[in-house]
Design a protein around this ligand. Structure first.
Ligand code: PLP
Length: 414
């Protein structure tokens, strides 16, 4: 007997094995909304970030054999350039994944169930890293700092003494949920002093290619990033670099892994391909994006991000808004701004998107409705931020927020 269940939203569940051709012809086609052209927006969320037109155009290139010589050449170029951007001589592995995949990939390749790791958390993404470690059965101790602050090295040092012994330490370079950058160089040095064998694992998802990170010089064991942030590419690729200590740990680590297995990806990389079918088009895009970053010059890119960060912070303060981050550790890739009392963050964000095509991000977890976030990473210039911030100022004024003060009732036109 055929079982055809109809749902109200017109989706149809069918057991095809017992359905005849005639019966299938009776199943209505899905009724869906028409496709619309994707709008051109001033996209100021912290990923996906805008992609340069030339990089977007790379996505339209024809498919090639992912085990052929053309792909091998791309992989060689991309790997060498990523090594330069990570500042490492170790191989950089690429995976079809997002940033969360990077967190998971690092954990399953380094540790065994029950091992003790310390997670230094300063916000949402640090918490996620710790949660994934717990989900995999690691014993996780957190050194947590208030959202908006960076990890304080003196506190970290004291807590590490209390928490020893531990096998690894999980860190976030740039906490995207709060717009705070940790001083990874100092933190890595103190961890290494305290525990020379510790595995230092750094989430560089919203920092790499924008804020300096020197994997080998700072003795970081693993660092990873994702394509949709500072590297000016669409989402879908994750890149991870592992140093010699990490590879030694990898040989002992017994957490289960398959698609994320470093050893198989490295073996394939040495032969110029990938163990599974890679997102070939994203490699075309990454190939050009990395070329553009290196043509601009890594130091120049860092200086541009410093300038963008300074510009946003100055402009936001000039509007009379307050920043969330401790000024000593403000991020140069994303700025979190406190939403003034009496302003509905959701209304503000929706209006900016609908009326001005300016797309900002809201806050996460307990900061939802309390902050908005303005990204300035990757393919970004001052003029993009100038427009976004002027629109923000105008919309705030319409809501009655003038020069740092909320005026009763506002002058809202919407
Ligand atoms: N880590 C950091 C620092 C991030 O900013 C993000 C995403 O914004 C992630 C991890 C998770 O990345 P994804 O959303 O690509 O899985």
């Amino acid at each position: 007997m055929v079982s055809v269940k109809r749902r109200e939203n017109t989706m149809t569940l069918v057991q095809y094995a017992t359905t005849t051709h005639e019966q299938r012809m009776l199943i209505p086609l899905p009724q869906v909304e028409p496709r619309v052209t994707i709008p051109h927006q001033n996209l100021r969320i912290p990923g996906p970030t805008p992609v340069p037109p030339a990089v977007l155009a790379e996505l339209a290139r024809p498919m090639i054999n992912h085990r052929g010589p053309e792909f091998a050449a791309i992989l060689r170029r991309v790997t060498a350039r990523l090594q330069y951007i990570f500042q490492t001589t170790s191989p950089v592995l690429t995976f079809p994944a997002s940033g969360t995949g990077g967190q998971e990939c690092a954990l399953v390749n380094l540790f065994s169930p029950g091992e003790h790791v310390v997670a230094i958390t300063i916000g949402h993404f640090g918490n996620r890293f710790a949660q994934i470690a717990e989900r995999y059965g690691l014993q996780v101790s957190r050194i947590a700092f208030p959202w908006g602050e960076a990890a304080d090295s003196a506190i970290v040092e004291t807590r590490l003494h209390e928490l020893a012994p531990y096998r690894g330490v999980l860190l976030t370079h740039n906490e995207t949920s709060t717009g705070v950058t940790n001083d990874i160089q100092t933190l890595a040095a103190l961890i290494r002093r305290h525990n020379p064998d510790a595995l230092i694992v750094v989430d560089a998802v919203s920092s790499l290619g924008c804020i300096p990170l020197e994997m080998d010089a700072w003795e970081i064991d693993v660092a990873f990033t994702a394509s949709q942030k500072g590297l000016m590419c669409p989402p879908g690729l994750m890149m991870l670099a592992a140093g010699p200590r990490a590879w030694e740990a990898n040989a002992q680590a017994s957490l289960p892994r398959f698609s994320f297995d470093w050893a198989s990806v490295r073996k394939a990389l040495e032969q110029g391909h990938h163990p599974v079918t890679p997102p070939v088009s994203l490699f075309y895009a990454l190939d050009l994006a990395l070329e553009m970053i290196l043509a601009e010059g890594l130091e120049v890119v860092f200086a541009r991000h410093q300038h963008l960060g300074d510009y946003v912070r100055r402009h936001v303060r000039a509007i009379g808004l307050r920043l969330l981050a401790d000024p000593a550790h403000s991020s140069n890739t994303v700025t979190a701004v406190r939403v003034p009392e009496g302003i509905d963050a959701k209304v503000l964000l929706n209006t900016l998107r609908e009326r001005d095509q300016v797309v900002l991000a809201g806050g996460q977890e307990h900061l939802s409705g309390k902050i908005l976030r303005i990204a300035h990473m990757g393919y970004c210039e001052v003029c993009d931020l100038f427009t976004a911030l002027n629109c923000l100022q105008v919309r705030l004024q319409e809501l009655g927020f003038h020069n740092g003060k909320q005026i009763e009732g506002g002058t809202s036109r919407w």
